[in-house]
Design a binder for this molecule. Structure first.
Ligand code: NAI
Ligand code: MG
Length: 401
């Protein structure tokens, strides 16, 4: 038996394609593990009425380490229509299995690094002095609270009487919404708890210390969202002062951050935010380093469960291609995050060096790196297939090892 057992969750569409490629790279890099397949995704919704079967939850519970591709989610009416006939009309409702995984295991810490590779034609550039072109290298790690805030699902349209009455005790509600008929009200709550907020802040500061980053930036909006963002800012100041005095604490508002990131992205190191602003900030920074083909992520619970996945989805329109064209790097990078987490740093460093060598050499590029729109013909037009990109990385690895 190998030292590590990893639950592999291919999911749907290109999720399954890129996960296989990442495992090919892990094998070639000399990483020894047993992989156990876990059922997840659309197929299991259609066949069993549950896209996240209990047996998959049990596997993750047991092995605690999972590599996840991506799943397809569809609106409720489409989901119902695609259920097997024997499951129709039973009142089943679809919910995204990746959101389900986050909630079930309380994967509250989401880490999304955005680091540019030299020579990536998709890197952000700006105009420098004297009309020169500047290519600032981005090295940012976003810590996103993954379970609370605006994505926690506590929401109503036409809220029940108790909720409405509670809201009517707030003077601002009475002033701004007191005249609105209750059935015309839609409310999504933004709940932050002290415990989860401290956990994400601590994770961000600890990461900064461990990897020698000089600053942690809280990216919220405490001047307007005074209670939730305000709590996070207050706790960030306390934690910095008591435990991380050598690390600078900065504070940007999410809106201003979206502007600053195209002016001076090199000024940011570790960014920490609540669920929605963390989601926005991580997509925005990913855009500076090449977009979805490069954006990787990890999610951790306090109980020692870790799930690693690319930020992208299942890209169904590319799923049926005879020769896959999507970029496997985001998934391979997510696998590298897993290696770092389990202490296999030499192997992850070799893989990153191999990716870097392929990118800077510039001979093998997937369609997204060539700014093509995705079609099967991109291969004839010179873009590398998914497999060819992986092969190029493996061949560099063989030289590095
Ligand atoms: P998507 O990320 O699947 O695709 C958006 C576009 O990004 C694609 O059309 C493609 O142009 C590009 N892209 C994505 N991955 C790429 C890669 N590896 N290489 C090159 N280009 C890539 O997002 P979309 O289209 O909004 O959603 C498709 C499905 O995926 C939906 O059912 C959605 O619910 C699901 N989804 C699942 C996620 C997950 O499993 N964590 C996350 C996001 C979406
Ligand atoms: Mg997102």
């Amino acid at each position: 038996m190998a030292k590590f057992t990893i639950v592999k969750l291919p999911g749907d569409g290109i999720g399954a394609v890129v996960l296989n490629e990442a495992i090919r790279v892990l094998d070639a890099a000399g990483f020894e593990a047993d992989y156990i397949h876990g059922d997840i995704g659309w197929e299991y919704w259609c066949k069993e009425g549950n896209p996240l079967p209990q047996r998959t939850i049990d596997l993750i519970e047991r092995y605690k380490l999972a590599l996840f591709g991506a799943v397809t989610s569809k609106p409720n009416d489409e989901a119902k229509a695609e259920l097997s006939p024997h499951l129709q009309g039973k009142g089943l409702t679809y919910s995204s299995p990746i959101v389900g995984l986050r909630q079930h295991f309380n994967l509250d810490i989401c880490v999304r690094p955005c680091k540019s590779y030299k020579g990536n034609p998709l890197n952000f550039v700006r105009r420098g002095k004297g009309n020169t072109i500047d290519e600032p290298l981005v090295d940012v790690v976003i810590f996103r609270q993954n379970t609370e805030g605006l994505y926690s699902g506590v929401e109503w349209t036409n809220p029940p009487a108790q909720v409405y009455q509670a809201l009517m005790t707030h003077p601002k509600f009475v002033e701004n919404f007191g005249n609105v008929p209750v059935e015309e009200l839609s409310i999504s709550t933004r709940i932050f708890t002290r415990k989860a907020t401290v956990r994400i802040l601590m994770a961000a500061f600890e990461h900064a210390r461990k990897f020698g980053y000089k600053s942690v930036t809280l990216c919220e909006k405490p001047n307007v969202i005074r209670e939730t963002s305000g709590l996070m800012w207050k706790l960030a100041k306390e934690i910095q002062k008591s435990s991380f005095p050598e690390i600078k604490l900065l504070n940007t508002n999410i809106d201003a951050q979206m502007m600053w990131l195209t002016k001076n992205p090199e000024d940011y190191n570790v960014i920490v935010a609540g669920n929605m602003f963390g989601d926005i900030a991580s997509d925005a920074f990913a855009g500076l380093i090449g977009g979805l083909g490069f954006a990787c992520s990890a999610q951790f619970s306090s109980e020692g469960i870790a799930v690693f996945e690319p930020t992208h989805g299942s890209a169904p329109k590319y799923a049926g291609y005879e020769v896959s064209i999507v970029n496997p790097i985001a998934m391979i990078e997510s696998a590298c995050m897993m290696l770092d987490y389990i202490g296999e740093k030499k192997i992850s460093s070799n893989i990153r060096k191999a990716i870097s060598a392929v990118i800077s050499e510039g001979k093998v590029r997937t369609y997204d790196m060539m700014k093509m729109s995705g079609r099967p013909e991109v291969i004839q037009d010179g873009a590398a297939s998914t497999t060819r990109m992986t092969d190029a990385i493996i061949s560099k690895l063989d030289q590095i090892k």
